[in-house]
Design a protein around this ligand. Structure first.
Ligand code: FDA
Length: 395
């Protein structure tokens, strides 16, 4: 005889644990399973071990989804304030960093402990190192195999996340379930991920590894972000690059304003008046890391000479170069280091109020497995909490 539950949740990550807790609070019998050894592995490593669990300012504009309105209902049913209230109820100390990002003061472990405490209900069971497979629809719900045991449930929740960080247990399982039930899947790619560079640029900039510059980066579609860029051995990273990577299409260039806080043409004009014999290199080295300027000169991108020898056209050209530095990445570091997966289960097939598949009653998709990806800054966890919460009210 198959064991029977009201709800089976596959995936004990952020979304799955939230959904299990909420369904359990409604008295539903819930089994949450994961093929990993322990719950919330991504939560534990997130935010440098401090988990950027939400943001003070969350709007639909912070998400990428083929249907930009889809996220609105869940985000308003369970807001960042609701999650902050839960964190406060569990007496977890947190701090605000730039751009309204909220982090644990102590450790991301506190968030996992909190979710497990919320799941600590007589009606909620958790099982680990469990492989879910062979899902079938029955007259009343679903039947699936968990390792070698059959289980039946009225509602099946797929919370298996995206493809990023395979070493933390990411699998395409959720997409396969969607396809099995005829739901379309928006093609997936790595998001919030560092750029790699073509060989020649990679070699030229590799020695700048570790240098960080505050910049504004713009993608071909006009989306822009203002944050820090970081040179790495493989290419470009830092928050601004992770953000823009989600809007970048292979083959396109991104435009980087290396000096967003000033008008370089005007600044060079003033410097030229005051220090006509000063070299362009030394002038620029007052504004940007010296080694970076030297590399640009070595590459022949800019020509060093005393400021007095630069005619107005050349000054304008130098200013344009630094305000519109164009880089065409070779690619990204891919799922190995990506924080999220863009694309996923098509939201057109799902109810935005409950996350239930419109054509398959009882089947739910929550969290990152769906075609919803947030910006860097706590938005991806907020989506996991909000989508997990609303599904938890209906399963
Ligand atoms: P999640 O990936 O958390 O959980 C899915 C679970 O399903 C996993 O436990 C997995 O083992 C399990 N699973 C997969 N396939 C299975 C199968 N076939 N059978 C059984 N179980 C299966 N976001 C944010 O807002 N703030 C932050 O600070 C960070 N930081 C961060 C750092 C790093 C390094 C990464 C990689 C990602 C982030 N993120 C983030 C993104 C965030 O971690 C991510 O969006 C959420 O964890 C998604 O939650 P889910 O519950 O949807 O998937």
């Amino acid at each position: 005889m198959a064991e029977k539950f009201d709800v089976v949740v596959v995936g004990a990550g952020a979304a799955g644990l939230m959904c299990a807790a909420e369904a359990g609070k409604r008295g539903r019998s819930v089994l949450v399973v994961d093929h990993g050894k322990k719950p919330g592995r991504k939560i534990l490593i997130s935010g440098g071990g401090r988990c950027n669990f939400t943001n003070y300012d969350v709007t639909a504009g912070n998400y990428l989804c083929r249907n930009p309105h889809f996220v609105k209902s869940a985000l308003s049913q369970y807001t960042q304030w609701d999650f902050i209230a839960m964190v406060a109820k569990h007496e977890i100390a947190f701090e605000e960093r730039d751009h309204g990002q909220l982090f644990c003061e102590d450790s991301a472990k506190d968030i996992v402990k909190m979710l497990l405490a919320e799941c600590d209900l007589p009606s909620v069971q958790q099982r680990y190192q469990v492989d879910a497979h062979q899902i079938e629809q029955t007259e009343t719900g679903f039947r699936l195999m968990l390792n070698t045991d059959a289980v039946e449930c009225d509602s099946l929740v797929i919370a298996t996340g995206g493809l990023s960080m395979p070493k933390l247990g990411a699998t395409p399982f959720g997409y396969q379930v969607a396809e099995q039930f005829g739901l379309s899947v928006v093609p997936t790619t790595a998001g919030l991920v560092p750029f790699t560079l073509h060989k020649e640029e990679k070699e030229a900039y590799a020695e700048l590894s570790g240098i960080s510059i505050p910049v504004v980066v713009e993608a071909a579609d006009g989306t822009s972000f203002k944050e820090s860029l970081l040179f790495t051995h493989r290419g470009l990273s830092g928050p601004v690059i992770l953000q823009i990577s989600s809007y970048w299409t292979p083959g396109q260039a991104v435009t980087i304003d290396l000096l967003p806080a000033l008008d370089l043409q005007e600044t060079l004009g003033v410097m030229r008046e005051k220090h006509p014999n000063q070299s362009l290199k030394n002038s620029l080295a007052r504004l940007l890391p010296k080694r970076f300027i030297e590399v640009l000169i070595e590459r022949g991108d800019i020509q060093d000479k005393p400021l007095k020898q630069l005619n107005p056209k050349e000054v304008a050209a130098v200013a344009t170069y630094f305000h519109q530095w164009r880089i065409a990445p070779n690619g990204t570091e891919g799922y190995r280091t990506a924080e999220v997966t863009l694309g996923g289960v098509d939201t057109d097939a799902l109810s935005s109020k409950t996350m239930e598949a419109k054509q398959i009653p009882g089947l739910y998709f929550i969290g990152e497995v769906m075609d919803v990806s947030g910006w860097l800054g706590g938005y991806n966890f907020q989506w996991a909490w909000s989508s997990g919460f609303v599904a938890g009210q209906h399963v």
